[in-house]
Design a protein around this ligand. Sequence first.
Ligand code: PEP
Ligand code: MN
Length: 270
Amino acid sequence: MKNMRHTALKEHEKTVVYVGDVVIGEGFCVIAGPCSVESEKQTIETAIAVKKAGADMLRGGAFKPRTSPYAFQGLGLKGLKILKKAKEETGLPIVTEVIDPRDVSWVSEYADVLQIGARNMQNFSLLREVGKARRPVLLKRGMNSTIEEWLNCAEYILDGGNRDVILCERGIRTFETYTRNTLDISAVPALKELTHLPVIIDPSHASGKASLVGSLSMASVAAGADGIIVEVHKNPSEAICDREQTLNPDEFSLMMGKIRMLEKFMEGCR
Ligand code: PEP
Ligand code: MN
């Protein structure tokens, strides 16, 4: 770990992030919701379903960093307003992505946690801007990035005075094509050795397959992650993006039961 001023490194006390009543860094935090905010009905129905199944926070993108410029780019401000309504309805804090440094201050009025997506992990001007924000930041790992590069990006945020950084492993590119990415599960214990920051897993973008999300979520608990962020949609077959990797409410609810059981078991193993 060269050229780091070491604010992300383990010599500091463990970071616990508080978002309203939700704690990240103690216990296992579950963030769930659609890939993107599509409509008020879709978002609120999904929010109610994930809340009922025991999720701690709601995810949903209003700004979507899409591979193609012709793909759905998100509802923007309208999407953020829908997320605000979903929060009023369920009490779930909102995790949503910000993709442009110019949007950080006003998106912070709607978001409880600002997500930096994999494609923007090394967008240094964006990192500087969220470093100034008064909101926790969920920093996703770039799909082609090493752990050291990732921690240096966390460093940019910490250096701006924002101490509330949550790291999110979401799979990296390898030669394997069966899965969308390859979940680097070893990043969890590696980061636990290296940094005081909480670490969560995104099993949805890591696998690209709904059928694998449950197993990877259980692996996240067993590996010692502080939580997961998982895509759930009221009706995945109608989802505008990432439908193949999205759970329906019943699948999510079933998975939640198993997660909470494994969590209890793991407590006894520590
Ligand atoms: C997302 O979580 O909505 C997303 C786009 O994920 P990633 O940045 O990991 O691809
Ligand atoms: Mn997605």
